[in-house]
Design a protein around this ligand. Structure first.
Ligand code: R5P
Length: 297
């Protein structure tokens, strides 16, 4: 790593930044922030940025809460002489509202991409929810690297689950389920989901008789309300399957999601893209590899 590189964590990202710094043999510092009495954000950089490549580390869970301070920090780094200002955001928010489903809706994936693209030189993220957008370059005008955690999830499943049947809960999850299953030479199936509302989904199972005797492993990119995984787990139980293992990339688990899901599953694990008690799969080596690879160019 070049002497000029600097990792700066936003509050809440210290543990990930520490692991990333360890992988890169680099130091990291934490951006100082607080709220003024009126709720506005105060931001101060903890060290010099002049002449340095600065990688801000900030996963984008709950983006509405922390987004402005991230922009203020990035702008300060640039104004104070950083030669490049990058964002490492293992979870990239606002990727699911990728079209106008009802008249008048905002396409927040495009608006959010415009805001980040005007603030940073480069984005590094992990498994962004690419569905109707086929690539980040559809909406991001900066270099945006979408790293894939499927090999890491696959290796965890291969090491921890006997006779896994990898199951994606909806058609969008084929990309993860297929890649995971192929790596560990396991069978996989994809279910059919119809979403009726934020917390109301229905799931249809194909015939699963031929996989009886396998341990179901539900894999998905995001657990938000947890309803997708909960409905899938209940459907599997109705077909006589044991409680599934769940492996997700982004453990958002909003509200009562984990309480609803836990009794239906034998184990729930996630990557550390979003800090959560279910984290079991470390992404820092993957992210460090991408940062180092770019440095060598
Ligand atoms: C959307 O299709 C994603 O891949 C996830 O399946 C979805 O975001 C999960 O949402 P929830 O946990 O609220 O059902």
């Amino acid at each position: 790593m070049s002497a000029g590189r600097l990792l700066l964590a936003l509050p809440g990202n210290e543990e990930f930044a520490q692991r990333l710094a360890g992988e890169m043999s680099a130091a990291f510092e934490v951006v100082e922030t607080r709220r003024f009495p009126d709720g506005e954000s105060y931001v101060r950089l903890p060290c010099e940025t002049a002449g340095r490549v600065v990688d801000f580390v900030c996963t984008l869970v709950n983006p509405d809460e922390g987004f402005l301070r991230l922009v203020f920090a990035a702008d300060a780094a640039r104004e104070l002489g950083a030669t490049q200002v990058n964002l490492v955001a293992p979870y990239l928010a606002y990727m699911r509202q990728d079209c106008r489903f009802r008249p008048g809706e905002s396409i927040s994936s495009a608006s959010f991409a415009r805001l980040l693209s005007s603030t940073f030189d480069r984005l590094v993220t992990v498994d962004p929810h690419l569905h109707r957008h086929h690539s980040l370059s559809d909406v991001y005008s900066i270099r945006a690297d979408a790293l894939q955690s499927a090999p890491l999830l696959a290796d965890w499943i291969g090491a921890n689950v006997q006779r896994p049947l990898v199951i994606g809960p909806d058609e969008e999850s084929e990309q993860w389920a297929g890649a995971i299953a192929a790596r560990i030479n396991a069978p996989h199936v994809v279910l059919r989901k119809v979403r009726h509302g934020d917390r109301h989904v229905e799931i249809e199972l194909p015939g699963l008789e031929r996989w009886q005797g396998c341990q179901p492993v539900l894999v998905d990119d995001i657990a938000s309300s947890g309803r997708t995984l909960a409905v899938a787990a209940r459907s599997l139980a109705q077909c006589g399957y044991p409680r599934p293992v769940v492996a997700v990339v982004h453990a958002l688990f909003a509200g009562d999601a984990l309480d609803t899901l836990s009794p239906l599953c034998s184990r729930i694990v996630s990557t550390d893209a979003v800090p959560h008690p279910t984290n079991a799969i470390a992404l820092a080596p993957l992210v460090a590899g991408a940062l180092k690879e770019a440095e060598g160019r």
